[in-house]
Ligand binder design. Structure first.
Ligand code: HEC
Ligand code: HEC
Length: 329
């Protein structure tokens, strides 16, 4: 512990405190809201209603929360997401925790903001299957929503821009630093047991997990092929067709990892132990292809257990969010 704090304190002198906090392990208190979508109470409350409202889907049965359930670590517990008419998508629903701090969205990073991201699931046939123009019309016919949009944006007419701005504003409030690890890294050495501290040490040293799962959000948002041997979903390669990007996916956060099984972009790994072992030991055997710097760290079973114990200290206490039970009419 002292060792790491020492390294962090060095950084203070070469850069600002802010950089330390952002690059380091301590989650900043400030949420980065974009300039063109500043948060207001009205907007966030409206975004929350939209997030939980199943009328945003073609058959009035799926909301964002169907796949990003606050009770399931803002994910759904399924290998692959199930959307409109029970169609099964090909990817695992990621947690929405701390997405406010990310720069790239989706497993392949194809969206640059939460605003841009939100259009994806609304329109995707295997998700909510709701063409945005249709949704705009539908919401403009709900007087209660018109009132709320007027309060939030100063105009009654509901536009697609304002729909995604409201949803994104709510999503940026899904941030949480309340973990045992946070207490530890901010100075309470008792917050982690000996076993968990050893796990963190392995995470940083033998495992070098932090060469990708780095900082308070446990991701540097790099894209890697971790040797899952998935030949059906080629990740970033599908977007740019460049060989180097074959089968690469965004490094996910490890916060709340205990709550968000199954794991990886395809949900193909059921347990946390198996996921750590796979990511620590260079992929699924025999590995057909993986990123060149993704290595076998030869972690023993015991070391994997230590890391798993550490990762369980990244579980957040449930956020105090009241889930809406009635919606605008
Ligand atoms: C049918 C299930 C489903 C529904 C409904 C759904 N999502 Fe998702 N969500 C997913 C899946 C699967 C992914 C990953 C897709 C990919 O990478 O291509 C995802 C990705 C995301 C991400 C990116 C997270 C990250 O770490 O990159 C955000 C943010 C998100 N969804 C928000 C929403 C919002 C907002 C809604 C409602 C408008 C919504 N989702 C509706 C399944 C769903
Ligand atoms: C070279 C970068 C890299 C290194 C090093 C690395 N990971 Fe990963 N990790 C990833 C990527 C990328 C994914 C997602 C891959 C995918 O879904 O195809 C991932 C996924 C995971 C997952 C599943 C997360 C989820 O939500 O599905 C766990 C758990 C995990 N890693 C733990 C570890 C641990 C523990 C270590 C160290 C022993 C480690 N990783 C080392 C890049 C890395």
């Amino acid at each position: 512990m002292k060792k790491y704090l020492f390294i962090l304190s060095q950084v203070i002198f070469i850069s600002s405190l802010e950089a330390l906090i952002i690059n380091g392990w301590i989650q900043p208190k400030n949420i980065p809201f974009p300039q063109d979508n500043p948060p207001t109470k009205e907007k966030i409350e409206l975004g929350k209603l939209l997030f939980f409202d199943t009328r945003l889907s073609a058959n009035n049965d799926i909301s964002c929360a169907s796949c990003h359930d606050p009770k399931k670590g803002w994910s759904d517990g399924l290998s692959q997401a199930v959307g409109d008419q029970n169609k099964v998508g090909r990817r695992n629903s990621p947690t929405l925790l701390n997405t406010a701090y990310l720069e790239k969205y989706f497993h392949d990073g194809r969206a640059d903001s939460l605003e841009e991201q939100a259009l994806g699931p609304i329109e995707a046939e295997v998700e909510m299957n709701m063409p945005i123009e249709k949704l705009v019309k539908k919401l403009n016919n709900i007087a209660g929503y018109k009132k709320l949009f007027a309060k939030a944006f100063g105009q009654e007419e509901i536009t697609k821009e304002n729909i995604v701005k409201a949803i994104a504003s709510f999503e940026r409030t899904i941030v949480n630093a309340d973990t045992r690890f946070y207490r530890y890294i901010t100075g309470d050495e008792q917050a982690l047991s000996q076993v968990e501290q050893i796990g963190f040490d392995i995470f940083l040293n033998e495992g070098r997990c932090n060469s990708c799962h780095n900082g308070f959000n446990f991701t540097n948002e790099s894209f890697n092929n971790v040797g899952l041997n998935d030949t059906k979903d080629l990740g970033v390669y599908e977007l740019n067709k460049q060989k180097l990007w074959y089968g690469t996916f965004k490094t996910p956060t490890l916060l709340d990892i205990e709550k968000t099984a199954p794991y990886f972009h395809d949900g193909s790994v059921a347990t946390l132990k198996e996921a750590v072992s796979l990511c620590g030991n260079g992929g699924r055997r025999p590995v057909t292809i993986r990123s060149p710097f993704f290595r076998d760290r030869e972690l023993s079973e015991e070391e994997v257990d230590f890391v798993v114990a550490f990762l369980k200290t990244l579980s957040t206490k449930e956020l105090n969010i009241t889930i809406p039970t009635s919606f605008p009419e």
